[in-house]
Design a protein around this ligand. Structure first.
Ligand code: BDR
Ligand code: CA
Length: 311
């Protein structure tokens, strides 16, 4: 199985991403979970990661708490989407598991560098603060990774936190820019894909019908999300953003994309955190990212909910 590390700021779509990976041991070996401030402050994203692991009965995986704020900016959170706890909609018990003592960026460096080169993939579904800090601590990290598969950015879908920017990049644009400039092989799954992956009532029904604790909890957690996306966008359901990363690792042919150059805007007030994708190759900048632009949403939900419900 491919070795992976998840860097996350759990809201429910994050939890689906790493739980579906943990339910796929033939393909993926989840070495650990690192948490970062994003959707809600660090204390809550860490607590939510632990709650999700206990729900899925995968308590053997180590959890490391990381950065509580972006590299240089004030933290922006998303309680307007995921509620005050980041996990509103279903009351999961207080976790009994505890995070490890190590700081997440240190744990990333130590785990990756202790294994053979190019055998660990970082799965990033949150602001990229921990990854940028790890790269600053160990400059060889980027070339030592097998790759980075991340959810973030937007090409033709505009922004979901400002008119120009997607949330994960907007929260820590300097971190995103450092990671994109690092030379690591990056696959980016932007809103262009995830806005095709809507959690409709029929898809949610798969979870409810299962009648398991995991199915039941995620039915309610994702149902809560939907209220926001319905009223705000008028869509049939909210996008299940982050599990696209797991789906790509399991079945890459669900997605289509191109290897192109991407820069992250760090200075403009209007377009801060925007991902500028040279889709048509109009510059002579060397491609640094594979950008996935479309996906088969039916196959995605069948795969991901199928894996989640194994737990
Ligand atoms: C991203 O923002 C978060 O709210 C989601 O978990 C996802 O990582 C989508 O813009
Ligand atoms: Ca996330």
């Amino acid at each position: 199985p491919r070795r992976v590390l998840f860097d996350t700021d759990p809201s429910p779509d994050d939890a689906v991403a790493f739980l579906a990976a943990l339910a796929s041991p033939d393909e993926l070996d989840v070495l650990g979970i690192t948490t970062v401030a994003g959707n809600v402050p660090l204390e809550l994203t860490t607590k939510n990661a632990l709650k999700a692991l206990e729900l899925g009965r995968r308590t053997g995986v180590p959890v490391y708490a990381g950065a509580s704020a972006p590299l240089v900016r004030k933290l922006v959170t998303a309680e307007h989407v995921h509620g005050r706890t980041g996990f509103d909609g279903y009351d999961l018990p207080e976790p009994t598991m505890r995070p490890q003592a190590a700081f997440a960026p240190d744990a990333i460096v130590d785990l990756v560098m202790s294994l053979p080169a190019r055998t660990v993939t970082l799965c990033c579904v949150a602001p990229l603060t921990n990854i940028a800090l790890a790269m600053a601590r160990e400059p060889r990290l980027a070339e030592y990774l097998e790759g980075i598969v991340l959810m973030g950015g937007s090409m033709s879908e505009a922004g979901n936190i400002t008119p120009a920017a997607e949330f994960n990049f907007y929260v820590d644009p300097e971190a995103a820019a450092r990671v994109f400039g690092s030379g690591a092989p990056i696959t980016m799954i932007p809103l262009d894909c995830t806005h095709q992956a809507l959690i409709t009532d029929a898809r949610l029904e798969m979870l409810r019908k299962a009648g398991t604790p995991v199915g039941d909890a995620f039915y309610h957690l994702l149902e809560f999300n939907k209220r926001f996306d319905r009223s705000k966008y008028g869509w049939a359901g909210g996008p299940l953003h982050d599990a696209t990363v797991t789906a790509y690792l399991l079945q890459p042919d669900i997605f289509e994309g191109r290897h192109v150059h991407v820069d992250i805007e760090c200075s403009s007030v209007l377009t801060l955190g925007a991902s500028v994708v040279d889709w048509w190759g109009v510059t002579d900048k060397t491609p640094n990212v594979t950008v996935l632009r479309s996906m088969d949403a039916d196959r995605y939900f069948e795969l991901i909910f199928g894996r989640l419900l194994r737990l």
